[in-house]
Design a protein. Sequence first.
Length: 198
Amino acid sequence: MPDITLDPAEITTFAEGDPDENPWVLGAPQPEVLRVMPWSPLWANQFEHQRAQLQATLGNSALCIEHVGSTAVPGLPAKPILDIDLLVADPADEAAYLPRLQTLGYVLTVRERSWYQHRMLRLDTPRVNLHVFAPDCAEHIRHRLFRDWLRSHEDDRLRYAQAKRAALQGSGNVQAYNRSKQEVVRSIHARLFAARGW
């Protein structure tokens, strides 16, 4: 992982966006049947294909393209949806990147100005959630740290897999599923922060 220049206090603080902000560009998403599958090497191949396409389309505007989330952790069960973080100079400057992403089939679905200027675009085939952040964004750094920790700490990887299965049993939508496993996610973050002296 590249050197982290952001103040650790910003990384260890889970910022909340404006609760009154409506992030849904096209309206709230329709309910989906949640599936958690055994990890597949296909996901790594799909990411490499998407990374190459994104880099070719965005050129120097793409400052970083990283595979994050559970599909990026070998051995970890996951929803069959790739999470990709894309760093651009200014996520608020949508004209600088959005039209080019749309030529690849990506659709802007989330705009969270109050939460790290986060944008999320969706691709249907393969399923991708593309998260757009600025450089030195605390949330992107947490994504990388969490991914790398789970890759190298089997005990927490197994604990997270168990939390995923339990959350799936009691959840009818993605938001409820994510809330159900949040306590375990935060406890793993606490361990990795402590390991770095934070």
